[in-house]
Design a binder for this molecule. Structure first.
Ligand code: HXC
Length: 520
């Protein structure tokens, strides 16, 4: 046998290395260069930036489609257009998929989707978060029903993982058609300024409804942050999206059986005197509740989610003495903090996420009520507002409530009141806890007295003051044990830290059931 045809281990290894190198080039050097010219990182660069150096364990690099029609016979599709892997992120195991737009536009064929579904299944079995980096033209048209079925598998896995491991979607390029439903089934969606998401694109919309709109206006990050509420974070570029993803994961446990990681902190609970002046005593003056949140949590570090949607409700993650908390707060500088449909949906979804992943809830209340209006009523504020009542009542994690100022009526209950299971209710001296605002109450109860008075405005003012003194203070509610303590604002951090400490072993149970029926 000739020496040159004899197989050697060295030769085989060389072949393997060069084959792997070729596959890792995805759609090839030219396509990769064009991709980068658009200000995007490649699929592999995104993965490398996301995971800890040297931790990547890829699986399925050699995977190939098996389609033979429509020009696909023998067509090389490296890794079938998606990188799937296990890796660590900040030292903790995660699984991921990253679509490679340079390979057939990152389109999802049968094998591509099977790889993604397999990575998800590994997430589930190992109790590790799943991160899906989307950059794709959607279902691979050449593979017809097989690609549709592949997506079905991914959606099914999204639902299996839901509430067991955190799922984060990064939208770094096109995410069109039914493909957009996978991110929608995940817990957090981060969209870059280079990305667009829609079910039907501008062309189809023009054909069907005659409406004209650009892809950016229809499905760019501003559209999804402000109007649809589909996304949770906007990133200027891929690098920022990856940084946000890492930061978000740092607040979360790896799965629903673990507590979130506790970071070391300086354990300082010194009084913060700024809190004494942040909230105006006059109930109608606005302020930014995020200043209060930052004045209470560790290093003023607050990761706000959906900061451009339903801004009358603020939600996000922070830490108190190194412990993760999910913060929910009314925002008095927007709609006076009144709760509308979008705020209800935003708040309740966030509460349910925190509850699923053992993250204590810290709620700051300053709410005049539910937003009045025909649009709100006909839009279903009854059904959507009920979601907040449901989410808080069903949540079994530690629930700490700080009533800053107004807390009126149904909205008082909907913000996670004592009656809905709050474990610790703290009120500032500015708190007004009542069935409704003093002005409204006087209109209903004392209308006759006001009408009959010689000086109507003076009588109304007197009665409003009388009502406010009688009910609109924290003392009546504290007397009924609806408030545990009335505290000085500067000491809020210390009280919250103590409550988290004594509630950290809390166990609370609900009657066995298949699942509750939150009003959708
Ligand atoms: C197969 C696709 C593809 C797809 C893109 N490509 N989308 N191949 N199936 N769905 C291929 C293109 O043919 C091209 O191949 C390469 O990817 C790059 O695409 P370009 O169009 O050149 O890139 P660009 O101009 O940047 O436009 C990107 C795009 C556009 C906006 C994503 O390609 C597009 O509109 N694609 C179709 C989007 C769509 O309608 N998807 C829905 C599919 S049906 P070559 O070889 O020429 O470079 C669906 C049903 C639901 O999703 C399924 C799940 C429930």
């Amino acid at each position: 046998m000739a020496a040159e045809t004899k197989k050697t281990m060295e030769g085989l290894i060389d072949q393997l290395r060069s084959k792997k190198e070729q596959l890792r080039l995805g759609g090839g050097a030219d396509r990769l260069a064009r991709h980068r010219e658009q200000g995007k990182m490649t699929a592999r660069e995104r993965v490398d930036a996301l995971v800890d150096a040297g931790s990547l364990e890829e699986f399925g690099l050699f995977a190939q489609h098996r389609q033979t029609q429509l020009g696909m016979a023998g067509k090389d599709c490296p890794a079938d257009g998606v990188i799937t892997a296990a890796a660590t992120i900040d030292g903790r195991l995660a699984h991921l998929a990253s679509q490679d737009f340079t390979v057939l536009g990152g389109s999802a064929g049968e094998i591509h989707s099977k790889k993604v579904a397999d990575a998800m299944s590994r997430s589930l079995k190992t109790g590790s978060p799943f991160v899906f980096i989307n950059d794709s033209g959607g279902a691979r048209v050449q593979e017809g029903v097989d690609s549709l079925s592949g997506y079905g598998e991914v959606f099914y896995q999204n639902v299996m993982l839901s509430g067991v491991v955190p799922q984060v979607s990064l939208i770094c390029g096109p995410c069109a058609g039914g493909a957009a439903y996978s991110p929608a089934l995940t817990d957090f969606v981060i969209q870059t300024r280079q990305a667009q998401m829609f079910i039907t694109g501008p062309q189809v919309i023009k054909q069907v409804t005659g409406e004209q709109i650009s892809a950016e206006e229809l499905g760019g990050p501003d559209a999804h942050m402000v109007h649809s509420g589909v996304i949770h974070f906007i990133a200027e570029n891929d690098d920022e999206a990856i940084g946000l993803c890492r930061r978000l994961l740092s607040f979360l446990p790896s799965n629903n059986l673990e507590d979130p990681p506790r970071l070391s902190s300086d354990d300082s609970v010194e009084p913060n005197l700024d809190l004494q002046t942040l909230v105006p005593v006059e109930p109608k003056r606005g302020y930014d509740v995020r200043d209060v949140i930052c004045g209470v949590v560790d290093q003023g570090d607050f990761l706000e989610s959906q900061n451009g949607f339903a801004q009358n409700m603020v939600v996000g993650f922070a830490r108190v003495l190194g412990r993760s908390v999910g913060v929910v707060a009314n925002q008095p500088s927007v709609l006076s903090g009144a709760i509308d449909i979008n705020a209800s949906v935003k708040g309740s979804r966030f509460i349910r996420f925190c509850n699923a992943f053992n993250i204590p809830l810290l709620t700051f209340v300053d709410v005049p009520g539910f937003l009045p209006g025909v649009q709100q009523e006909h839009g279903g504020i009854i059904r959507h507002g009920a979601k907040l009542l449901f989410a808080y009542s069903a949540a079994t994690v530690p629930k700490i409530q700080v009533i800053l100022r107004k807390s009126y009526g149904g909205a008082h209950l909907a913000m996670g009141s004592r009656d809905l299971g709050a474990d610790c209710v703290l009120a500032w001296p500015t708190a007004e806890i009542a069935v409704m605002g003093a002005e409204g109450a006087v209109e209903i109860v004392f209308r006759k007295e006001v009408e009959e008075a010689a000086d109507k405005p003076a009588k109304r003012a007197e009665l409003i003051e009388q009502y406010r003194t009688m009910f609109a203070s924290p003392f009546v509610a504290a007397g009924r044990r609806l408030v545990d303590d009335i505290i000085e604002p500067a000491t809020t951090r210390r009280h919250v830290a103590q409550a988290l400490e004594y509630l950290c072993a809390k166990r609370d149970y609900r009657p066995p059931k298949k699942h509750g029926l939150i009003p959708l």
